[in-house]
Design a protein around this ligand. Sequence first.
Ligand code: BES
Ligand code: ZN
Length: 629
Amino acid sequence: MTRLYLLLASALAVSACQTLPAGIAAAPATSPVLATADAVDPHSYARPLEARVTHVDLDLRFDFAAKAVSGTATLDLDRQPTAKEIVLDSDGYQVSAVIDAATGAPMGFAYGADDQALGRPLTVQLGAATRKIRIAYTARNAEALQWLTPEQTAGKREPFLFSQGQAILNRSWIPTQDSPGIRQTWSAKITVPAELTAVMSGLRSDEIGAGTGGTRTYKFHMDKPVAPYLIAIAIGDIKFQPLGTRTGVWAEPASLPAATRELEDTEKMVETAERLFGPYRWGRYDMIVLPPSFPFGGMENPTLTFLTPTFIAGDKSLVSLIAHELAHSWSGNLATNATWADFWLNEGTTTYATYRIVEEIYGKRIADQQIALGLDSLDGELNNQAAADTRLVIDLRGRSPDDGMTDIAYEKGAAFLRTIQAAVGRERFDPFLRKWFDDHAFQPVTSAQFLAAVRRDLVAGNAELEQKLQLNRWVYETGLPTNNVPANAQAFAEVDAAVAAHASGTLPTAAWARWTTDERLRFLNRLPRQQSRASLGALERAFGLNAIGNNEVKFAWASLAIANRYDPAVPAIEAFLQSNGRRKFVRPLLLALDKDESWGRPIARRVYPLARPLYHPLVTGELDKVFPR
Ligand code: BES
Ligand code: ZN
């Protein structure tokens, strides 16, 4: 026990002040807020140019019985001398007092009108000299937090809690300015039941040790300014397994061995990413495998990526997810979209970077296949979305930032960067991208800044190249520009031939057995959506689709089955919907079922109440509107 703890402690003790190569500046203590109109965040009440938060210090107690967080947040402020107040974002937490942290003097505070999507502003009156305020508060039923009962974990013995901040959920448990353009350093003192372990998206300082009443207190800090959506916590019966010198994985003990095997390429991925994009500046890259209710595939919380367990396939076939979350250590976490309208700068750049990492580690063929799969989903999305939302920069005023979370941002964004890369060559594009991250490290960025950098560093006055790139078309216009680089037509030559042969009744039974997950996905997704019952039955029997373990393949099969009212797949679909809460899987399947009034709707309405306790508040929040309770 002691030995294990020491091992753990030394793995975690790696200093935050790692040495960076000459010429790479260390993180600034504060990061300026952009003042241009395109950097004004419509999803925050903050007025950062008048008064802004630069550091958040949390002292919180997590009460699992009450599902409540309470304590204090002490905020360092940077303010105009004339500012009379500071405006924070809030969504549901209850403030009991605000004081000037230097003098102890009570400060006036008031909430503004509540907005369904944004929550309400919390305005604190400032004294002439106020530079630090302390807010005492309690957050119950915070949307960012999911409290799991022991039954909802792998171990079944202890409860679990995790947070999800992106896009605007952290305002439900952290009183601060919740805008990606207002970067803040942070620190935290976290008190939890003694039998549980707390981890956060920053380095662990030390464990203070046993506290009063069966509790234990942990301390964390993030000394680099980050966007506040990147503050994250998980608490549970978790253990750590080192993977490399600066990488490791946390998971429930029951899940740790499989997670460790699946993640064995992580250290190599970090090294590869550094060669491509510059030094990794966050110290450690650890991951935590969460219970199956985690609503996303992954979330790039700095120093500690949060992961769904559904990526564990046993054969590493879904680990491009790790390359993706790791790549956010540059695109997203170093250079961060100033507002959610520029979400593609986070996700499109990351998707491009993911394919580059995959190519280095698994080879060009695999990367070309994944790019082809991405372009197929982009096609689907271009047909699904309203034309206005097929722009890279979209107008999200008066809407939820989640409306921008489509494959347009991910795959059109990545396609845009591939188009530039193809026009100028990797010899020029790679240094450009690296410089972009260096120049904007720990800063908010806008699309206009990105285009200006492309014009300055790559176009450099070359009118022919400017014409060829169609930069403004890509970013500000709808659809897919004509200069998009198509997928490598050879990437799936064998699978595509099998799809064609299937139309005349031939099943690729032998080929399926040796196909990779990506090839299986291409096959299922490229079949005509209308299939006869006999044809689906033949596929099911030949490939054992109702019993397939890979969750991406399961999803592809479930989608095809639902489109054809294929009853024999219903038990497998129901089990899938009740075994994970990943929004990307459960939302489209439940919505597709519900759309089919006479066949699918009764299934959806029967399963949803059963599956609902597993789902995260951000998923039930959407689905409760569709399925009356
Ligand atoms: N940052 C996103 C997840 C996210 C986006 C959460 C917007 C909330 C709002 C994360 O990096 C992501 O893109 N996850 C994908 C992974 C995939 C593209 C490999 C997911 O969860 O499916
Ligand atoms: Zn992402």
